[in-house]
Design a protein around this ligand. Structure first.
Ligand code: UDX
Ligand code: ADP
Length: 474
């Protein structure tokens, strides 16, 4: 109980969050909005990112999320601060969230599978070296199960007799609906040690969330259950998408309609109707990374059947992206060389400017390999991001990217004289375009490949398009 008396007799008054990304930024903005009495400081190494979070013009925030600018406008300067002074924030805070990136390893043991924990470790070392008082350290980033143990070791072996309580508080927000998810979450999960000190630390974090979330929706567990629950939730969600995508291929060859199948099974309350939209494949920073991580963990315990089971979710997702691109090539008389193909949508889903692991990157790359001339339009993703994504893929030279890729600012120009259009993100505005006008200005036959099932196929066929829509027969 010594620990308890040292720091937990007071309420948390100052929070630091290391990492001002897609998770840290919106999460801290909402925590600050709902706790005006707590000072929340979000820090990052990336100066440009912090400058954008502090930008007077709210349209320049580094992340696009519906409703986020309003939350930032309310709290910023009052009790929400963005800074590059990481040490100052660490010293001041009683509670520190770690919200840095944990990408898949690109080198060494576990390459291509395991999560790269180097950024987490750097944070832990910096906290240990800088802190002058005991701290509660909260894992916000998604981590392999038992990482809390490693963090605690690093902290306690590198600091001057300080004590740390590690909590796991995984974030379940989905991009595009981050603010709504944070303001009204299904549940908040907090894992901690089962010791009295651990329970005190849990309670301190519960208080922060409880200022707007009913206590019964705040679930507390042991550390390992919390860490593993996050990986499990993402694995189940991704599995649902791969399951319906597997059915989409079967629908296309049998004449069934995947939307009708999804509605029929979704009415079964045991299955539920959410997350059953067939698509060109899931993307985003979490699903693939977390499943690979899960597969790696299972393998490292010798659980090969478990590992193979989950790996199949990724294999099916890769297949879905590949077959979509191959279908375009096959349908365009087996050659797309020199043909203009318009890609509508680059983000991994609508209402976000995030493009990590977006299906658009892989479909475009496959078409570029066949020398197609790709013209991309996305309402929120900037040119440098699209080019950066293709460079990062490391498949095409800069010359090839220059030669085969054009980024457009206007959808009608993007589609003009195109041989085919591929819809790869489900942006709402795509449904309201003047499709007659687009058809009139395209090469004929005018092909459209709807990778998100958002267009009215009959209406498009009436206009004259040759339509391929995921999960529907031609
Ligand atoms: C996901 C989890 O939903 C969230 O709880 C976790 O915190 C982070 O990972 P996110 O990746 O932001 O969130 O978005 P999500 O809505 O889950 O979509 C992931 C991908 O699956 C997107 O590419 C989306 O288009 C695709 N998807 C989703 C489908 O193709 N069909 C669906 O029915 C649902
Ligand atoms: P996520 O989607 O998990 O939020 P992001 O990549 O959007 O991931 O954000 C993670 C942020 O963490 C980045 O802005 C990165 O600069 C920051 N970051 C990584 N390591 C550190 C560190 N040691 N100190 C401070 N910030 C860091």
């Amino acid at each position: 109980m010594v620990f308890l008396h040292k720091i937990f007799q007071m309420k948390v008054t100052k929070i630091a969050c290391i990492g001002a990304g897609y998770v840290g930024g919106p999460t801290m903005a909402v925590i600050a909005q709902k706790n005006p009495g707590i000072q929340v400081t979000v820090v990052d190494l990336n100066e440009q990112r912090i400058a954008n979070w502090n930008h007077e013009d709210l349209s320049k925030l580094p992340i696009y999320e519906p409703g986020l600018a309003e939350v930032v406008a309310e709290a910023r300067g009052r009790n929400l601060f963005f800074s590059t002074d990481i040490n100052k924030a660490i010293v001041e805070a009683e509670l520190i969230f770690i919200s840095v990136n944990t990408p898949t390893k690109t080198y060494g043991k576990g390459k291509g599978m395991a999560a790269d924990l180097k950024y987490i470790e750097l944070c832990a070392r910096q906290i240990a070296e800088t802190a002058t008082t005991n701290k509660i350290v909260v894992e916000k980033s998604t981590l392999p199960v038992r990482t809390a143990e490693a963090i605690k070791n690093i902290l306690e072996n590198n600091s001057n007799n300080l004590q740390f309580q590690i909590l796991s508080n995984p974030e379940f927000l989905a991009e595009g609906t981050a603010v709504a998810d944070l303001q009204n979450p299904d549940r908040v999960l907090i894992g901690g040690e089962t010791t009295p000190e651990g329970q005190e630390a849990i309670e301190a974090l519960v208080q922060i969330y409880n200022s707007w979330i009913p206590r019964e929706r705040i679930l507390t567990t042991n550390l390992w259950s919390s860490e593993l629950s996050k990986l499990t939730a993402n694995a189940f969600l991704a599995q649902r998408v791969s399951s319906i995508n597997a059915m989409s291929e079967l629908c296309e060859v049998t004449g069934a309609n995947v939307q009708e199948v999804a509605s029929a099974i979704g009415m079964d309350s045991r299955i539920g109707n959410k997350f059953l939209k067939a698509s060109v494949g899931f993307g985003g920073s979490c699903f693939q990374k977390d499943i690979l991580n899960l597969v790696y963990i299972a393998k490292s315990y010798g659980l090969n059947e478990v590992a193979d089971y989950w790996e199949q979710v990724i294999i099916l997702n890769d297949h879905q992206k590949k077959r979509f691109a191959e279908n375009i090539i096959k349908t365009l008389y087996n050659t797309v060389s020199g043909k203009k193909i318009t890609v509508l949508g680059w983000a991994f889903k609508k209402d976000t400017n995030d493009t990590r692991e977006s299906a658009a990157i892989y479909v475009t790359s496959a078409l570029m390999e066949e020398n197609a001339s790709i013209h991309v339009f996305d309402p929120k993703v900037e040119k440098h991001q699209i080019i950066g994504d293709l460079e990062y893929l490391n498949v095409h030279t800069s010359e090839e990217i220059n030669q085969f890729l054009s980024i457009e600012n206007d959808p009608y120009t993007a589609c003009k004289n195109a041989h085919a259009i591929a819809i790869l993100t489900e942006w709402d505005e795509f449904k309201t375009y003047d499709w007659q006008k687009i058809y009139d200005n395209m090469m004929k036959p005018a092909f459209i490949f709807d990778g998100r099932d958002i267009l009215d196929v009959n209406k498009m066929r009436e206009i004259g398009f040759v339509v391929y829509s995921i999960g529907k027969s031609v």
